[in-house]
Design a protein around this ligand. Structure first.
Ligand code: AMP
Ligand code: MG
Length: 421
């Protein structure tokens, strides 16, 4: 279903007079300004991995749909009342998918296997291993069993009609199991969010089409784009590669025009500050709607957020570390909102700091970190924003809050593993 869910022109507008925007304020603005821009479609649940539910879902059938045996053993009418019980064995067996037809009289038992529907007259199951004596005619055992022992009641997990998912939930493998188990074989989901990605800068060489021998003095390989393409594809969005754009107004305009015809959101890296060579920023400012966000964050800072022909653009800093951190903190949850999710805060864990550090008050800092064998966090020795090796070295980020000015060894710090994003 196609919907006209356009964003407001001022969706990225920051209140005037704020020189350095705190991270929390920036996040509040993104939450306020962004919303779902996608229509909906119906898909088979078996194809639902990673999709975002466009409506809440209720169980169409209970789980389990009928009371069944939780073990292999003998079914009878419980409870047992004496120390030693002896039950007559009825010929036959009840198995999963092959129910026993007939009634089991009181004082008798039937062989029953895991998952089988309880036959009429059976409400309790004796575990096979608990049998003391068995022959063709009877079983003897010495365990006390309450009525219902070793059975799974109809609806004990989920009752028919119960809500199992809210609108906006992003489906995981185990969710597909629950949906199918409760009879939901098709789903109403939001259409895929299409995200276009390009890099900017005259210094950049395309790793896809350039050989190592062609690496010239004064140039570098474009390392942001393979990172961002795979990062954003991993988040479940459909990515489109628009290559490298030279630092040139016309080339930037052509690329933005081309991208805005085929995608729902655009991510650029480089050229996002307000300097002379920052063409992305300059162009969107003069011909689209642009807000240069100066965020009190390290690494990061210049983030150019704007609209080009109504399409949201996230202009990331060119430095690879800042590009990744800004993607994780701002872009991922923003794309989620556009795609129909709620704002998702990454799961963090408090861990002891394995280092001492002084920090500027009033600024959020994200340090590249990993956990030592004893659980303490260690940080990469250099904070340089061009240190690509630090990204590979680390397993997550430490979030140092705005009001903190000093971290001492042993202080508890907030660790966010990359897998939380
Ligand atoms: P900019 O934000 O364009 O001023 O770039 C800041 C720094 O990041 C410069 O050193 C650029 O060379 C570098 N940079 C920009 N884009 C990329 C990229 N795609 N891959 C690697 N480094 C980049
Ligand atoms: Mg540049």
């Amino acid at each position: 279903m196609k919907q006209d869910n356009r964003l407001r022109n001022d969706c990225f507008a920051m209140p005037r007079g704020v020189s350095w925007t705190p991270v929390d304020k920036a996040i509040e603005q993104l939450k306020r300004g962004l919303s779902n821009i996608k229509g909906t479609e119906v898909v088979s649940t078996t194809d639902g991995m990673g999709r975002i539910l466009a409506s809440s879902v209720c169980a169409l059938s209970s789980n389990p749909p009928y009371t069944n045996s939780a073990v292999d053993g003998y079914g009878f009418c419980g409870p047992t009342k004496t120390q030693v019980s002896k039950l007559k064995v009825i010929p036959g067996v009840a198995a999963a998918g092959a129910p026993f037809v007939g009634k089991i009289p009181k004082g008798s038992a039937l062989r029953i296997l895991t998952g089988a529907v309880l036959p009429e007259g059976v409400d309790t199951v004796l575990l096979e291993e608990d049998i003391d004596q068995i022959d063709n005619f009877s079983i003897t055992f010495e365990v006390f069993l309450n009525t219902g022992a070793n059975t799974r009641k109809s609806g004990e997990d989920v009752l028919k009609g119960e809500q199992i998912f809210a609108k906006g939930h992003k489906l995981r493998p185990q969710d597909l199991a629950l949906l199918v188990a409760t009879g939901n074989l098709t789903l109403n989901v939001f259409c895929h969010l299409k995200v276009g990605i390009f890099s900017t800068g005259n210094e950049l060489l395309d790793a896809h089409t350039t050989s190592f021998e062609q690496l010239e003095f004064s140039r570098i390989f474009d390392s942001n784009r393979p990172m961002l393409l795979s990062l954003i594809a991993n988040w479940g969005f459909e990515v489109f590669d628009f290559g490298i754009i030279n630092d040139d107004v016309n080339a930037t305009r052509d690329s933005l025009n081309k991208a805005s015809k085929s995608v729902d959101a655009i991510i650029t890296s480089g050229g996002a500050s307000a300097g002379d060579e920052d063409y992305v920023s300059r162009l969107i400012k003069s011909e689209g709607q642009l807000e240069n966000w100066r965020i009190a964050i390290k690494p990061g800072r210049p983030l150019a957020l704007g609209l080009w022909k109504g399409i949201p653009i996230f202009g990331l800093p060119g430095n690879p570390v800042a590009a990744l951190v800004c993607s994780l903190i701002f872009v991922k949850p923003s794309l989620g909102l556009l795609a129909g999710c709620n704002w998702i805060k990454p799961q963090s864990y408090l861990v002891p700091s394995g280092f001492d550090k002084e920090k500027k008050i009033g600024r959020r800092e994200y340090l590249r970190a990993r956990l030592l064998a004893d659980g303490d966090a260690e940080i990469f020795p250099s904070e340089g924003s061009g240190r690509i090796s630090s990204l590979s070295w680390s397993t997550g980020l430490l979030e140092l809050m705005d009001n903190e000015d000093k971290i001492s060894k042993g202080d508890m710090v907030k660790y966010i593993p990359y897998s939380s994003f």
